[in-house]
Design a protein around this ligand. Sequence first.
Ligand SMILES: Cc1cc2nc3c(=O)[nH]c(=O)nc-3n(C[C@H](O)[C@H](O)[C@H](O)COP(=O)(O)OP(=O)(O)OC[C@H]3O[C@@H](n4cnc5c(N)ncnc54)[C@H](O)[C@@H]3O)c2cc1C
Length: 341
Amino acid sequence: MTTLTGGVLAVVETGKSGEPTVHSIEMLGAARALAVGLGRELAITTVAQADSQPWPALAGRGAQRIYEVRFQGDAAVTGDGLTEATWLAVQAARPAAVLFSDSGAARVVAARIAARMECEIVSGCSLLKAREGIVQLGRSCLSGKGFAQLKWNLASPLVLTVAGGAFSSSAPTAAAEGIPEVVVLAASAPPAPPGLTVLSEVSPTPEVMALTDADVLVAGGAGVGGAEGFGLLVELARKLGGTVAASRVAVDRGWMPSARQVGVTGKSVSPRLYMAFGISGAPQHIAGIRSAGKVVAVNCDPRAPIFEVADLAVVADLHELIPALIERLPARGAQPNAGGS
Ligand SMILES: Cc1cc2nc3c(=O)[nH]c(=O)nc-3n(C[C@H](O)[C@H](O)[C@H](O)COP(=O)(O)OP(=O)(O)OC[C@H]3O[C@@H](n4cnc5c(N)ncnc54)[C@H](O)[C@@H]3O)c2cc1C
């Protein structure tokens, strides 16, 4: 059996500002641990936006090399373009493993890269341990009711997407690891399919935005009282540029689809802000928000367990608070009222 000698390549997504996304930084934590466990090199690849230099934000995260892909001209970078950019880096790095975050856009590119590499893909990985040349992988299955474990013996390359909230973020470390080598790769965006013109980029609405892609999650539980109550949560999420999540009780009662459930049998999430309305804070729910940035909990019961993990605890009736919040928050994209509170 021939074993691979390549390293680990982490594909980092950046936001509009050119900064790596929260999910990419978490994925980098997993990629770094995998590279260290295997004793292999870690490389990062990312697409550089016009005039931006992404590598300073990526230095000090354990990578020995950073592939910065730059598109020629100002062509809109579509999924096809991202696939081409990642493929350039894969050909340059010849990695044993390629890691992506599990965001919607990354999943599409990951599948295409796996097809080009003619290798297996494991999506939504939340367990990744390397020991003595064997990698143990795990991901939830059967709608969260089961957990599948797999072993990878490095006999052929592997593409992985890393579940949000499952790994610690890769914090930058002091210069001890040295400054990574930056390799700039020039890419030409593939021509758009005939008859297709990109007119503009539209931000996803709360109704369609994936839980793992959102910076802000507005979550509701049994206290919301019904499906119509979730309409208010959608309105609040829209004002905050986020999307709506739910506890299992809210899902079991049919108020929200199961794809919106957070917790051990739902999704693990890592938004910048998690707002919990009428959620008591059962351990099975809290397990899904351990990687959230700030947690704001609103509950009419001052002894609700959710307050133990909240950065801001608000004892209030959500039916009074949410309309007041919606009224006071400016419309998304609008300037806040100078005289407002
Ligand atoms: C094997 C297993 C797996 C599970 N997996 C999950 C999971 O993945 N995710 C999950 O969420 N749960 C899961 N659960 C269920 C979990 O144990 C809890 O039952 C569930 O999280 C409770 O949901 P809740 O907080 O919405 O409801 P409740 O526990 O009923 O809490 C409702 C809260 O709303 C507050 N409230 C009521 N009215 C108002 C109001 N007007 N204003 C403000 N606050 C109000 C109440 O004070 C209360 O604290 C699982 C359970 C098991 C056994």
